[in-house]
Write a protein that binds this ligand. Structure first.
Ligand SMILES: Cc1cc2nc3c(=O)[nH]c(=O)nc-3n(C[C@H](O)[C@H](O)[C@H](O)COP(=O)(O)OP(=O)(O)OC[C@H]3O[C@@H](n4cnc5c(N)ncnc54)[C@H](O)[C@@H]3O)c2cc1C
Length: 353
């Protein structure tokens, strides 16, 4: 179907956050023309998309730390509930949703090493919990096996809507270069192909929006789109040769990363893992693919991350930290974590391969 040059709403970026308003708005009113522009490829028929995704929620105090209207945990809980169908046994019915588009369930396959991990963690005094994503547990242990078929935002909100209605348009392999602002109002976007044939002079196409433009291009790209459009800290924009249109110094600031490290352990040869599959052993791959294709079970039905822990330091560890030559650990603990017991200092998991 041809994509119109002018629509009601344009959404820039079809990741987790862009797909939700795209689907919700297109379903809210089927006369509303919604255009979702995504830099990447269409994931409609890609079984490998989201294979490593796990169900995670931040701690209540993390959301509250934003200190932004509409983003407190109290305000977000109804939205968290609205988007999920929690299919696991549940003791926290006030915190989970049971009829939303995203399905949350256990996988049907786990590597046996998960049991060793659970026993080892419990022997260290870490309590077993049945819901590590209850927004308040900062110290606990749970089996977290992901489901065999992933439920992702694009399928749950976009592809399912487009299968029924014609008012949600999808333009993939296309990057939003900038928002077009006329008389102080965002009226459209300028786009370029993600992989232009002529890299120096890519063809630009303009899409206009009658009502609204949503920028949801992720942590790195969203501020870049705004800055290329003249929205940001004026001095910084001028230095990059961009005419400032909106003075918004916070754009591109306060980036926070979360660090990931891997500790590798050797397992005995008879311990089951997905190493042989990943190495490309043809016999193992054939067996694993056949089981997946026939029954949707077996090693391909998990990402191998079958159990996880959220931890905070014990009183003994805190005492030990005081003797370290790096005072930053103690000062970081005192200023950020100490009085917020829902905040884990670290999350770690087993990966069976
Ligand atoms: C390695 C890794 C593993 C993770 N694992 C998990 C996990 O297991 N569970 C979990 O809950 N979270 C996980 N996260 C975090 C999660 O992926 C993010 O929080 C989430 O994707 C953020 O959603 P978003 O829509 O803001 O951004 P994104 O999902 O990044 O979406 C942004 C979209 O915009 C597109 N885009 C970018 N620039 C442009 C442009 N100029 N024009 C048009 N489109 C553009 C991108 O292609 C992308 O599709 C993980 C993150 C990483 C990096």
């Amino acid at each position: 179907m041809t994509i119109p040059d002018e629509v009601d709403i344009i959404i820039c970026g079809g990741g987790s956050s862009g797909c939700v308003p795209a689907g919700r708005l297109a379903n809210l009113d089927h006369n509303l023309q919604v255009l979702l522009i995504e830099a990447g490829e269409d994931n409609l028929n890609n079984p490998w998309a989201n294979v490593f995704q796990m169900y995670t929620r931040a701690s209540a105090s993390d959301y509250d730390d934003f200190q932004a209207k509409g983003w407190t945990t109290k305000e977000l809980i109804p939205l968290m509930k609205k988007h999920e169908t929690y299919q696991r046994a549940c003791n926290n019915r006030d915190l989970h949703g049971f009829d939303g588009p995203i399905k949350v369930s256990f996988g049907n396959y786990t590597y046996p090493i998960m049991q060793d991990f659970l026993r080892a963690a419990e022997s260290q005094g870490i309590p077993v919990t049945d819901d590590l994503q209850d927004l308040k547990t900062g110290y606990g242990l749970q089996d977290i096996a992901s489901p065999s078929r992933r439920s992702d935002a694009a399928h749950a909100y976009v592809h399912s809507t487009r299968a029924k209605y014609t008012n949600l348009h999808l333009k993939c392999n296309t990057k939003v270069d900038k928002i077009i602002i006329e008389d102080g109002r965002a009226v459209g976007v300028a786009t370029v192909p993600t992989k232009p044939l002529d890299g120096r002079n890519p063809p630009r196409k303009i899409f206009r929006a009658r009502k609204q433009i949503i920028v949801s291009s992720g942590t790195l790209s969203s501020p870049l789109i705004l800055q290329r459009s003249g929205i940001g800290e004026p001095e910084k924009l001028r230095k990059a040769g961009i005419k400032p249109l909106v003075n918004l110094p916070g754009v591109g600031r306060n980036f926070q990363d979360h660090y990931l490290t891997f500790s590798v352990y050797r397992a005995k040869p008879d311990v089951e893992s997905f190493d042989d599959f990943v190495r490309g052993d043809p016999e193992v791959q054939k067996k694993v693919f056949e089981e997946w294709n026939l029954k949707g079970t077996g090693p391909l039905a998990t990402n191998g991350i079958d159990a996880g822990v959220k931890i905070r330091p014990t009183p003994e560890e805190l005492e030990e930290m005081k003797r370290w030559p790096t005072p930053e650990f103690t000062s970081g603990w005192e200023s950020y974590f100490k009085n917020k017991p829902d905040k884990p200092v670290m999350h770690y998991s087993i990966i069976s391969g």
